[in-house]
Design a protein around this ligand. Sequence first.
Ligand code: AMP
Ligand code: GLY
Length: 429
Amino acid sequence: MNILLVGNGGREHALAWKIAQSPHCDTLYIAPGNPGTAQLGHNVAIAADDIAGLCSFAQSNAIDLTIVGPEIPLVAGIVDTFAKAGLRCWGPSKAAAELEGSKVAMKEFLRRYNIPTAPFKIFRDADAAHTYLEEVGAPIVIKCDGLAAGKGVTVAQDLDTAHAAVDRMMVACEFGAEAGRHIIIEEVLRGEEISVFALCDGHNAVILDPAQDHKQAYDGDQGPNTGGMGAFSPAPGLLTDTAEDDIVRRILLPTMSGLVKEGRPYVGILYMGLMLTDAGPKVVEYNVRFGDPECQALIPRLQTDLVDLCLACLEGRLDTIDIDWDPRCCLTVTLAAPGYPGDYRKDIPISGVEHSDDDVMIFHAGTRVTEGILCSSGGRVLNVTALGTDIDDAREKAYRICDAIDFPDVHYRRDIGRRQQARSTANNA
Ligand code: AMP
Ligand code: GLY
């Protein structure tokens, strides 16, 4: 098969690494890819959001299967455009991808099907939003409607912050006029936040092994939010059987059946961002793609062929497939550019990424090759990933490689996986 993978981050490098191992894969193209994916297939200089360009590339290169990593092309309707051209593309349709594309539509969907989430109100007018804030007080959560690269949410501890967030979204339109047209004001949920991933074929869904992200920039969960500074999988003890059962029964299945009822069955990976509250799991957000860097911690443990899984999703036969996982632990550490998640420096030369350990993978996220030299080009630059017999072993291997990479002024968290170590110790006590 000729396979086209869309995207260029650490998530896509991990997906490319797995797809390249598939017996189905004859030729792998990655658009636009990065220096890591270039070692596994052919990078093609077409941007991930250039749907027309990707479609004509797929037609002229006899692509049998396209796999989409990031949300932007999915929300913009890549799957629909490919389907019209008679091309198979793995991921949700534009209508189903609205679960991530519009938080307002997502919250209204949850309300229609009585799926647990924070109680909320939608505002189209800044004055009404300000008046409501005075009524309900803080803490309170303000969200703008559209894709805002994870920045469109303010969890306000006081009213001044809440009012300022409304003005930033609706008056200054910091996230664009469209995203600021509607905002959501919702209750704060308390509990542990977890991400659960499910593969979906329209009607059937299978929950993947758990993976946990570390969102804050600095050790001890301090500092600003980022796209993700590291992750590990599995996470024993994170989810009890009762919580998992609740997630399937009260969240996943009603979501799948609600979408079927509305004529937009969900195909691809559904990322459920959940809060485990005292009253059970509640939906914080949906994403229509793999988490990044959770994907980098999950894929190395996946023993089942990824292409087989994608085909099973597209053909509605996930119920006939067993998913096997390597029982070992996988841990990934994000090496970030100085300044990230704020303004960060680029074009920093990097060396020392060669290694000979089969259990270590260095996934490229924001790198490029300039005049033959590997340089940083993004905020999250590399994902150093290791498989180990347990979390200690995986941590040890990953950090040994992190420390050996020469990347001036790099910053990375030193405590990825510590939470799981604490949980394992507590469970064994
Ligand atoms: P979202 O983009 O909706 O996932 O929001 C970004 C982050 O804001 C989430 O990962 C949570 O940490 C936090 N958040 C969003 N909504 C709530 C809520 N209702 N209660 C508490 N935290 C929230
Ligand atoms: N790691 C969080 C995300 O992918 O949104």
